[in-house]
Design a binder for this molecule. Sequence first.
Ligand code: UD1
Length: 430
Amino acid sequence: MNDSFIIKGLAGRKTLKGKIAVNGAKNAVLKALAASFLFKGEVFIKNVPHIKDVSMMVSLLESLGATVGKKNRTLVVYPPKKSDGHFGDMIAKRLRASIVVSGPILARYGAVSFPHPGGCVLGARPIDLFLEGYKKMGARVSVKGGYYHMHVPSGRLKGTTLFFKNQSVGATETFMMAAVLAEGKTILKNCACEPEIAHLAEFLNSCGAHIKGAGTHTIEIRGVKNPLRVRKAYTTLPDRLETGSFLILAALAGKDITITQCNPGHVEALIEVLSLSGVTMKVGKDTLRVYNNGRKVFQAADIKTHEYPGFPTDLQAPMAVFLSQAKGSSLIFETIFEARLEYVKELVHMGADISICDPHRAIVEGPTKLVGRKLESPDIRAGLAFILAAIIARDESIIHNVDKIDRGYERVEERLSLLGVSILRVPGKA
Ligand code: UD1
């Protein structure tokens, strides 16, 4: 059994105070690790968060022949000269981001095989964009024994134009990386614009890649023949989803909280909604301070999840907890994933007034008083939402399955304790 958290709620009091620092972004570092296969020689990756998804990704890299060294928050990856490109079941089925590794592997070693990638269950999570894209770049694609097999008969992927029917973060990053070692020019259209993508492109360009337009909807890549040479270390940017999670916590239960080592420019959509609801914040260069909210009643607000720079789907569940405390009726419209409102029934069980209209929409009536309950963390972000709900509720809550939360948030209980949250980790039985 996994570890659990026992949280003693504040019963609506806003007493938390202090500073909380943001770690390196999970969704950035996983892609930098994947990118290491594009290199000849060792790749240094700095500001790495100590989270389960990173350990899983490191194991995947090792199973593909890489050697990975670790010192504090730096990882050093030595990509192999050869790799059979075969992903083990165990990790690939648990880590959705494993599919991003397929791009650099196929581009560098000419063959890759993987099972359908797993990860958080947020809906169907298809991989059609990947399969279609690889075919267009000259790979042969087949499915055998529960595995997708891809190989490049000519030995080198060919540049092409890909139009993504959905803006996919993973597909944008994967094909951007694959195209770095492909023959000729690749144009990617309708790309996702998440900051992690431009940050990765900047790093690859500094090491000899030719990528233009990353961070916009059209990216052009001119392929190079030989693996990239490392010229500098990759430094993971601050996690905007961790920043947003802490910001929502501060609004809900903070007396005076400062979030440090963050990039407020990456959470503008959230800052805007919280400001409109009446939350008092001070936005610094790399800090966010939430204060003076003690007696305020926040106003309802509608949110619609959207690709960056819109409201992030990963903050939808934590935001639902905030809206349960705001006055009036708020609409949550989840446009990216079709099974991302499953957590709502647990919040209702705690006393929230939320009705599900259809798989994509819910209406939250507030404010409501929440009561502590036994909860099971369904995925990283809903798990974090349950922590927030438990913190503001009356009485005690027990959150099981915190393994899911550990996938994306490093030692969250220790960091929240420093703000005054009563949270205890109870180790699961082996
Ligand atoms: C990434 C993030 C995740 C975030 C999500 C959306 C990582 C490790 N994870 O996930 O935290 O919630 O972006 O911001 O970076 N789609 C297809 N076909 C495909 C691939 C995707 O239709 O082949 C669809 C998905 O079903 C979804 C949409 O595209 O509706 C966006 O998903 P995508 O951006 O690919 O999510 P991930 O990259 O897996």
